[in-house]
Design a protein around this ligand. Structure first.
Ligand code: SF4
Length: 476
């Protein structure tokens, strides 16, 4: 599996908040995606958009309920098309299958097209240990690979880097000259990658969707590199989480309309690639071998949890990230693993363990914006609450978080039950707050210290609602 740094969420968030380049990139890119998404929805009208969302939710719920059936159907159709479907129960098994296929082919070079699941598996490390030359070919992923970082955003992995940073990286790691403009950098990467495309032994891609009725893989990209990876090398290995399944091509139409609009505000991405097995006899080009590795890696466990299985409906569009007030401020690296933002705060604890990532479900204001923008209508706030509950109940968490909260709310419970205690504590609290504010000690209040470190505690009213109500009555 990829390195897990989820325990560093708070310290990494602080670093991101104090990094001007990250803050600038977050505002620029997120504003752009947000506006593009709204315009794309306006174009087909919000009414049609809602119909599509509802359809997508129904399709996904049905597919997840009959996943075993669709996996069997997919396997049969991949076989019929001349390919081989493998099933890996975890990341280690998936890596081992890839490694054995690469070894059997005596492959020395691999080109990859963006695949979150391969990030999840930590596949690049495995291949590098086998002395295989691995090249990410999506420009953002290529930059991330040169920088030896993890993706910052689901669909824009290098969005946090300025063009100056990228130019310096190209000089240091790829030996280019120092370019100043983005088109020059894109051109340079084209030259660097062209050779890799020409001579690679194996192409590895992810999959946006699997269509069971035809055994087809679907990739949506904007750079054309995905298509090169699936067709130029002699062997194509595709990796897909088992949740990527759709029953039919007709269902796929719904998701293609939703995905591009939600992600980048496009009607469709520049390339929508359909892969149904290796090249046929009459085909001039194409891979001689096609392998699809369907990966579980914790997804079956998610499927069993009625409260959290909905997370498997995610189509990784990134809209919830762009609309989350937490992600908008701390960005993707703070989340410490492959998936970030609101959906990452749900998926990561499920896949790596709540004990490793107990801060993530709390990294939300529960404003509900993620649910509103999700094209598959995933109720993320509900799942975050469920995970918070699990965390405080110590279900799967390593220690006992929430002790302070429990003490606080027990005291609160007794206080609000007694009219006398409620009134008296209000008066004492209001007086104490004024004194602490005068002495500039307000940020030392037990329980509220973290809150008041960066903002003022709202003033506790000097008069209770009852007293104010009485005053209104007297005035009349
Ligand atoms: S949870 Fe919804 S909005 Fe977020 S990435 Fe997944 S599909 Fe997109």
């Amino acid at each position: 599996m990829a390195d897990i740094k989820t325990k560093e969420f708070k310290s990494e968030s602080r670093k991101a908040l104090n990094n001007p380049q990250i803050q600038k990139s977050l505002v620029r890119v997120i504003d752009h995606f947000g506006e593009a998404r709204v315009n794309a929805i306006e174009e087909i009208t919000p009414e049609v958009w809602e119909i599509l969302r509802e359809k997508a939710r129904t399709i996904k719920t049905h597919t997840m309920s009959y996943l075993d059936h669709y996996l069997d159907l997919m396997e049969a159709n991949v076989r019929k098309n001349g390919g081989v479907m493998h099933f890996a129960k975890d990341a280690a098994e998936a890596n081992a299958i890839v490694a054995s296929l690469i070894s059997a082919k005596n492959a020395k070079s691999v080109i990859k097209s963006k695949s979150m699941i391969s990030e999840e598996m930590g596949l690049n490390h495995v291949l590098e240990e086998m002395n295989v030359d691995v090249a990410e070919t999506d420009l953002g992923e290529y930059i991330i690979q040169l920088a030896e970082e993890t993706p910052f955003h689901i669909i824009a992995p290098a969005m946090h880097k300025s063009k100056e940073e990228v130019a310096k990286l190209f000089v240091e790691k790829a030996g280019t000259k120092l370019y100043k403009e983005i088109p020059e950098l894109a051109e340079a990467s084209r030259h660097l990658l062209r050779e890799k495309f020409q001579f690679a032994d194996v192409g590895i891609t992810g999959a946006n969707f699997m269509v069971a009725e035809t055994g087809t893989l679907v990739l949506v990209t904007n750079e054309g590199n995905g298509r090169m990876c699936t067709s130029a090398p002699k062997m194509h290995i595709a990796l897909a989480g088992m949740e990527k399944m759709l029953p039919s091509l007709e269902d796929l139409g719904v998701f293609l309309r939703l995905l591009a609009r939600s992600a980048t505000g496009q009607r469709l991405t520049s390339y929508t690639t359909f892969v149904s097995g290796p090249k046929r006899e009459h085909d001039k080009d194409g891979p001689e071998e096609f392998h699809l590795i369907v990966v579980d890696n914790g997804r079956s466990k998610m499927l069993q949890d009625v409260d959290l299985r909905e997370a498997l409906n995610c189509i990784r569009c990134g809209a919830c990230l762009n609309n989350c007030p937490i992600y908008q401020n701390v960005g993707g690296h703070a989340y410490g693993w492959v998936y970030s933002g609101p959906i990452g705060a749900v998926v990561t604890p499920m896949l790596v363990g709540l004990d490793q990532s107990k801060d993530l479900p709390f990294a939300s204001t529960l404003c509900g914006r993620c649910k509103e923008v999700c094209p598959v209508k995933i109720n993320i706030p509900h799942m975050l609450l469920r995970l918070r509950n699990k965390s405080t109940q110590n279900e799967g968490a390593g220690d006992k978080p929430g002790v302070k909260e429990r003490v606080f709310f027990s005291l609160w419970f007794y206080m609000v039950k007694s009219k006398f205690l409620y009134k008296t504590s209000g008066r004492i609290g209001s007086g104490a707050q004024k004194i602490l504010r005068m002495l500039k000690l307000e940020n030392r209040i037990p329980f509220f210290g973290r809150w008041t470190r960066s903002r003022d505690l709202p003033l506790i009213p000097t008069k209770s609602f009852r007293d104010r109500w009485k005053d209104v009555g007297t005035a009349e």
